[in-house]
Design a protein around this ligand. Structure first.
Ligand code: BDR
Ligand code: CA
Length: 314
């Protein structure tokens, strides 16, 4: 079986950490490297968190390259996501995960992506699960490498409501201009946004059951405390949304996800709609569909994939 080779762009983050485990613990995926971005916290912190998760899972040979410190146009406010992911970004567990002994590469995220694509004998899949700044920068800096990108499977966006603003999902809202560039790039794009990720959750009871399952599941369970409060009390969700795992699961088993092809762009002008993924569901714009949009997920099969990955890594 030929593995699906991916570069995963993360802003680690509790659900990013879980998605990393899914990618690292599933035999169908080969992670060529993790690139990091600001997002859930500043990039120094998200990079450190990424290294910590690699140590936790024993996958210390996988390269990590540090990326964007801020969006292309707007300023970045580090504070705003600490009530979702904790001050350290991975749940403020006590004791914290040990400081990593591994280090990021000397080259930047975009340089790492470019080098990896250039050296690859077959096109590679990009899986960005944070703001799209690194991917947009790659597209602008290295148009010659676009044919080496098989597809971009994004966690971000929504056809209707948002979670950062009334209509904008957080990853797109963090850097709308970057999202605009990615959607306009002509690349093959899949979008795992809130329509489907809000249906891909562990119930609050199911998450408790993780506590005693195995070493990795136990650590992840501890991290989820602050995220449970966010999903339950603030977002009023029926469980813990596994946003960033959905693009990975979609690659592992495409049948898990129901999707439709639509024309999608990111709004970069609107007063109330800045950062919204405007999705032409009723096909009124007379534009060719450019994105395959996830609309639903087989919840139980999805969380089973995540649980199996925890087990495989423990
Ligand atoms: C996205 O925002 C971040 O907080 C999560 O890690 C996920 O990537 C969900 O909207
Ligand atoms: Ca994320």
């Amino acid at each position: 079986m030929e593995k699906i080779k991916i570069i995963m762009d993360v802003d680690t983050g509790i659900d990013d950490a879980i998605a990393m485990c899914l990618a690292l613990g599933n035999e169908k995926i080969e992670v060529l490297g993790f690139t990091t971005t600001y997002g859930n916290r500043g990039v120094d912190r998200t990079t450190e968190n990424t290294l910590k998760i690699l140590e936790l899972t024993g996958k210390t040979d996988i390269p990590v390259a540090k990326g964007a410190t801020r969006p292309i146009v707007t300023p970045f406010e580090e504070g705003i996501k600490s009530f979702i992911h904790g001050v350290d970004g991975i749940g403020d567990i006590q004791p914290p995960l040990p400081a990593p002994s591994i280090k990021p590469l000397e080259i930047s995220a975009v340089e790492f992506m470019a080098q990896t694509l250039r050296d690859a004998d077959r096109p590679i899949t990009l899986v960005p699960v944070g703001p799209l700044t690194n991917v947009a920068t790659l597209i602008m800096a290295h148009p010659e490498l676009l044919p080496k990108i098989k597809e971009v499977v994004i966690m971000g966006g929504s056809t209707m409501q948002g979670n950062r603003t009334a209509v904008a999902e957080a990853n797109i809202a963090d850097d709308p201009e970057a999202a605009y560039i990615v959607f306009k790039s002509g690349l093959k794009i899949k979008m795992a946004g809130l329509d489907a990720t809000h249906k891909g959750y562990f119930t609050f009871d199911e998450i408790k059951e993780l506590a005693d399952k195995n070493r990795i599941a136990g650590t992840i369970y501890k991290m989820c405390d602050v995220y449970i409060t966010h999903c339950r009390d603030r977002m009023k969700l029926p469980g813990l949304a596994m946003h960033d795992s959905l693009p990975v699961a979609w690659l592992i088993n495409p049948d898990l996800v129901k999707s439709e092809d639509y024309y999608v762009t990111a709004d970069i002008n609107g007063r109330h709609t800045y950062g919204m993924t405007v999705t032409d569901v009723h096909r009124t714009l007379n534009e060719k569909p450019n994105v395959t949009v996830a609309l639903d997920v087989d919840r139980l099969a999805f969380i089973k994939l995540i649980e199996d990955a925890f087990e495989a890594l423990s």
